[in-house]
Write a protein that binds this ligand. Structure first.
Ligand code: DGJ
Length: 730
């Protein structure tokens, strides 16, 4: 490891020229981002693009651009300071220990080491006047073209300093035109894409919700250069701020029409005090670069997520039956026992008991009471969870449970005993969201309480095999008693909340490293790579209407692999059961249904389809995903997954519009990701009971044919969803 570091330094030393400038390339397999110092040792971002073959060529890049400086300052600082020579939007704003507000940063050293199958470059910048230093970190997974970037700020001044702004990343792109895809959202309409050409000024994407970072917007984005984003061509950067609280992404087109990107924690009400000797580590901006369009970028980030970020990203997932939409709060032991039997009858792996199982003085019979009182409701469950766990065991399935441990209803014993544990302005009336408030996770006692909920569940019932972790409120009236009592600024609340939550999750994972956990937030208000270190999967939306789901899952698929996405069949939508199951089979399959409302034929099909899913889920969950036809551009949607050796592929096709004369696939759909030299036979799978396929299953096609000409899945008004399995023939 030491050797590599030494070699890199030598290379860099060789780049010193007469003017003692230093060039620092951050390189992936195909791309590089290059920093260069000037005579004053300030560090500039001079290149972002395709990797050059000769390291020495990087030294000549800057001379090819003519961007005369103006009063606005110089735009491409590697980490823009404030209060001195730059008047551009800063990456960092500090009030120093003596009250001065000006910061400058000059380059001191660069170190590269190998860590966890990645290379980590640390660039140290220092303020020439104040004892403040900043380490820019770039962790690079070369082969995947993925970079994780964060910043560490170290206060060695003689007293405390205030960080008013502290970006994770400050990037600079000199291409000509920029198209930004960002996302709007609301409950049941999460992650709705908007693509726009950026023009001069700053486009800000942010959240101030405290929790549920993805409810109204999203820390995910895609930048496309020169043209709007395309699936299989063009240069794109696809990224996410991996932070589960307030974020701010600023896309700033400067007066040279270049793009500055500043990404980090939202500075809104978040000036953070660092005492002497303390450090602050920002969350990471994670991004991938592709010059083969969005499809390749998604596969790169999926592969990174599965191998290096998501808990058990390469592991199996449990199919399940969830009782939420089957019962809502209205259940008892016998209803649940029946659902447990149904779970087993269908051939699913696990029964998931949702909201409503707890609260006695304040029974959780609705969403207005009981949250916080994590003891079984004696009326509904006289024999406790233990009985249900036993029932599950008897039926040869596993048992999972829902919790929402960060929240509390005012109508609860918890609130009445610990009103001081709640986030709320002391003098103002409470503002509730879904009748509840958020617990103050800056408080270690509250952290212990939240950890204790999970620990107690597992200690009492070691067989519990799955947790659904929900979060249905935002932070209103931001104020922490704990911070007040400990004389810590209220401006720490939004950040220390997230840190407190991560600490709880770390503790849970130390003791229970493997148990699968679903991240849920009244739908898709939460799904980010800050959380997904601790969770195996997430719930994209409460909207399970299958046509809507095609669009939602399509959008999520840009950033998240299928193995992380929980997709349930419910009673939403008028489509036939087959359509619903096929849509839900593009992720981790689950059911949220009551069999007593289903026909025998549908039950029989459901059983068969679960067996079918188990037969191909390996390809979907662990293979590579290719988006073939967008429902935004066609009356149908088509996606496929290919296994690692390209011997098997599963293609999903759906009619997503029902306009007259549009209800058919008129042309073949071109497959992707196959081996052109292999030959494949095709079979339609998951057909509804006794239905016959219209696909010619005796034909054998070359990969070349399937990818050049394609195949027509014969989508029609009677065949609204079609799953095709391609298998190599030798
Ligand atoms: C919101 C979740 O998204 C639902 O799936 C369900 O768990 C409810 N909360 C329960 O209150």
């Amino acid at each position: 490891m030491k050797l590599k570091y030494a070699i890199l330094l030598l290379t860099l030393v060789a780049f010193f020229n007469g003017r003692s400038q230093q060039v620092i390339p951050i390189e992936t397999k195909d791309f590089s981002m290059v920093f260069k110092t000037d005579q004053n040792k300030r560090l500039w971002n001079v290149y972002f693009g395709k990797k050059l073959s000769n390291l020495s060529d990087y030294n000549q890049i800057a001379d090819q651009y003519e961007f005369p400086n103006s009063n606005a300052g110089i735009y491409n600082a590697a980490y823009t300071p404030s209060g001195t020579w730059s008047l551009s939007e800063p990456a960092i704003q500090v009030t120093h220990a003596d009250g001065n507000q000006a910061t400058d940063l000059i380059f001191e050293e660069v170190i590269t080491t190998e860590v966890d199958e990645a290379s980590l470059t640390k660039i140290k910048l220092v303020d020439p006047i104040y004892n403040l230093n900043i380490i820019l970190n770039f962790k690079v997974w070369k082969d995947l073209n993925v970079i994780e970037q964060w910043t560490q700020i170290n206060n060695n001044e003689d007293g405390s300093i205030d960080l008013k702004k502290y970006a994770s990343a400050n990037l600079y792109f000199t291409n000509k035109d920029f198209f930004l895809t960002h996302y709007q959202g609301e409950y049941l309409r999460e992650l709705q894409p908007v693509e726009e050409k950026l023009s001069q000024g700053t486009k800000v994407i942010e959240s101030k919700l405290g929790t549920r970072a993805m409810l109204l917007g999203s820390p995910n984005f895609m930048l496309s250069f020169e043209t709007p984003s395309q699936e299989d061509s063009g240069l794109v950067v696809l990224g996410q701020l991996a932070w589960s609280g307030n974020y701010k992404l600023e896309f700033d087109i400067d007066s040279h029409q270049n793009l500055r990107l500043l990404a980090g924690i939202n500075p809104y009400e978040s000036t953070y005090t660092l005492n002497k000797g303390e450090s602050f580590k920002t969350p990471s901006l994670i991004y991938t670069v592709s010059d083969k369009g969005a499809g390749n970028a998604s596969r790169q980030i999926h592969s990174w997520a599965k191998n290096y970020r998501v808990l058990d990203g390469n592991g199996d997932r449990l199919t399940l039956l969830n009782n939420w939409e089957a019962t809502y709060f209205d259940f008892n032991e016998s209803k649940l026992s029946k659902l447990i039997e149904n779970t087993s009858h269908l051939g699913l792996d696990l029964f998931l008991l949702d909201d409503g199982w707890f609260g006695n003085n304040h029974p959780r019979n609705n969403d207005d009471a009981g949250l916080g009182d994590w003891k079984e409701n004696k009326k509904k469950l006289p024999n406790g969870l233990r009985y249900l766990v036993k029932q599950a065991k008897k039926n040869d399935i596993k048992f999972g449970i829902w919790i929402e441990p960060e929240m509390v209803n005012p109508e609860s014993d918890l609130f009445k005993t610990h009103p001081e544990w709640v986030i709320k302005q002391p003098e103002r009336p409470a503002k509730l969201y879904r009748n509840q408030m958020v617990l103050d996770l800056t408080n270690p006692e509250v952290q212990d309480f939240v950890y204790g909920i999970v620990d107690h569940l597992f200690t009492e019932n070691p067989e519990i095999a799955f947790i659904k972790w929900d979060c249905n409120a935002v932070i209103y009236n931001a104020y922490s008693n704990y911070l007040n009592e400990n004389k810590v600024s209220q401006n720490h609340l939004y950040i220390d909340y997230v840190h407190g939550l991560y600490d709880v999750l770390k503790r849970i994972r130390e003791k229970y490293p493997k148990v699968p956990m679903m991240l849920c937030s009244g739908g898709g208000g939460r799904a980010d790579y800050g959380f997904l270190k601790y969770f195996t999967e997430f719930w994209p939306s409460d909207n399970t209407e299958p046509i809507e789901r095609i669009f939602l899952q399509w959008n999520y698929s840009f950033f998240f692999p299928a193995v992380t996405m929980d997709c349930h069949v419910t009673h939403w939508g008028k489509q036939p059961l087959k359509f619903k199951v096929d849509v839900a089979s593009m992720g981790k399959l689950g059911f949220d249904i009551d069999l007593s409302h289903m026909s025998q034929e549908d039950i029989q099909f459901a059983k068969q389809s679960i067996q079918n899913y188990n037969g191909f889920k390996n390809v979907v969950l662990h293979g590579e995903q290719y988006r073939l036809a967008s429902p935004y551009k066609n009356p149908f949607a088509s996606l496929m997954y290919v296994n690692n050796d390209k011997s098997q592929a599963i293609m999903f096709n759906f009619l997503s519009s029902n306009r007259f004369m549009e209800i058919m696939t008129k042309r073949p759909i071109k497959l992707k990701g196959l081996n052109p030299d292999k030959h494949y036979k095709v079979k339609e799978i998951n057909l509804y009971n006794n239905t016959k396929t219209t696909i010619n299953e005796s034909a054998v096609y070359s990969g070349d044919f399937l990818m050049t000409v394609g195949i027509n899945p014969n989508i029609t008004g009677n065949r609204t969803s079609v799953i095709l399995k391609f298998e190599e023939v030798n």
